[in-house]
Design a protein around this ligand. Structure first.
Ligand SMILES: [Zn+2]
Length: 141
């Protein structure tokens, strides 16, 4: 069982994504892992983890429940995740959604909610990321 902090990218690959994630990985000491790659759909999903961790479990407090209303993200984990998402948003316009998904034998029902970039960053920073929600970034009107 594992927590995956997933970033979904849509749109034509301008070859920038690798460069962007490399830069963020080295400056923030995180790793990006390829979760899904569907070139025909122009869709790439990466997960982000603390450097060397492989998954997002280290973002969580030692004691947590995936049944709670929000993920019990550690304060440093929140700051790190929010920083990564902020950097991603600043460097590419391809980020379509963010979710913290629990990979376990019991799958939570998933719903999607539309958020602004600012409210997504706020939710991560405040530790108000819901376990069952995919946060879709609302295009700026
Ligand atoms: Zn894990």
């Amino acid at each position: 069982m594992c927590l995956k902090a997933r970033l979904e990218f849509l749109g034509a690959d301008d070859a920038d994504l690798g460069r962007v994630t490399e830069k963020i990985a080295s400056s923030r000491l995180v790793d990006f892992h390829l979760e899904e790659n569907r070139p025909a759909e122009r869709r790439v999903v990466l997960s982000v983890a603390e450097h060397g961790m492989g998954c997002g479990c280290s973002f969580l407090r030692k004691s947590f429940s995936w049944r709670g209303p929000f993920w019990a993200l550690r304060v440093p984990g929140r700051r790190l995740l929010a920083g990564v998402v902020r950097d991603v948003l600043a460097n590419t316009n391809r980020l379509a959604s963010f979710e913290a998904r629990w990979l376990g034998p019991e799958h939570l029902p998933r719903t999607a909610t539309q958020v602004s970039k600012a409210s997504l960053l706020n939710a991560i920073e405040q530790g108000r990321v819901k376990p069952e929600v995919r946060y879709e970034i609302r295009p700026v009107a």
